[in-house]
Design a protein around this ligand. Structure first.
Ligand code: NAP
Length: 254
């Protein structure tokens, strides 16, 4: 035991990549974990494993086999299953858990948001309104909108969705970050009436909201799922780095 006991960094976000780079630079043994959802993921520096663990039991097995020193859950705010698994596995293995969750976006005075509790509620609202919809919820949630014939959808995804798609749609394959000029152009060229977004937070995809506010486009904003509230929660990569560095067992050779 000792030299290479790793921090398990559950990732798939820009913050996780940033934190991995900082921990590698600080000589902290770290293994970044990606779900393997996208065909060509942006890889963090340092050691990486890709693919599910096989449920919460598989995650616990991994933690024990690798004698992990800590878990940092830096997954996306809507990746609720892995966040729940991390909380359960940390408790069962008695391994310290940090949740790095970027702050949600907050509506400003120029924003016209309708906040809804989940994707099904967003789909009901879109069905009620019809019109021209910019769907930015990601590939895994597109199927919820499949039965809506009263609207036209511009669907932005990294990889093509496997679910059924709405009758009237255009797929736009691209990956952020996005700048304000291109978001403004996209919304006006496609005569978008309503933008559907998860409240993901962060700067990489925020420009669409600024463009929507400028152009008077309504936003249907899907609230985040509840967090288990286990372990320590921080909202910035700086604080996450400080937390790891403050854990004596995370240092190499301890
Ligand atoms: P999820 O619904 O919470 O997780 C579903 C299953 O995927 C988990 O049970 C786990 O499989 C596996 N998994 C998820 N994240 C993993 C990770 N970092 N390493 C290893 N296995 C992981 O997650 P999701 O919403 O599908 O998101 C998957 C990944 O994409 C996450 O890492 C997340 O940070 C990233 N992401 C998600 C979104 C989003 O909107 N949901 C957006 C951007 C990025 P097992 O049960 O087999 O362990």
């Amino acid at each position: 035991m000792g030299a290479d006991r790793p921090v398990l960094l559950l990732g798939g976000t820009g913050e996780a990549r940033d934190l991995a780079a900082r921990l590698v630079a600080a000589d902290i043994p770290v293994v970044s974990s990606l779900a393997g959802r996208v065909a060509q993921p942006r890889l963090p520096v340092g050691e990486v494993r890709i693919g599910g663990f096989g449920g919460v039991d598989g995650l616990q097995t991994w933690l024990r086999e690798h004698d992990a020193t800590a878990i940092v859950d830096a997954t996306h705010p809507f990746a609720a299953t892995i966040t729940e698994h991390a909380a359960v596995a940390a408790h069962a293995t008695d391994i310290p858990l940090l949740r790095l969750a970027r702050p949600p976006w907050i509506a400003g005075p120029d924003d016209q948001w309708l906040t809804v509790p989940d994707m099904a509620a967003a789909a009901r609202e879109v069905g009620r309104r019809g019109g021209r919809v910019f769907l930015t919820t990601g590939r895994q949630d597109v199927g919820v909108f499949a039965g809506i014939d009263s609207a036209w959808f511009l669907i932005r995804v990294v990889d093509p969705p496997t679910a059924d798609l709405p009758t009237h749609h255009q797929l736009l394959r691209s990956r952020g970050p996005y700048d304000l000029d291109s978001e403004r152009t996209l919304l006006s060229d496609n005569q978008i009436d309503v933008l559907v977004s998860k409240n993901s937070g962060g700067e990489l995809t925020r420009a669409k909201l600024v463009a929507a506010a400028e152009l008077g486009v309504d936003v249907i904003m899907v609230q985040r799922p509840a967090e288990p509230g286990v372990g320590t929660t921080v909202h910035t990569v700086d604080d996450a780095e400080d937390w790891v560095l403050s854990q004596p067992t995370c240092r190499r050779g301890v």
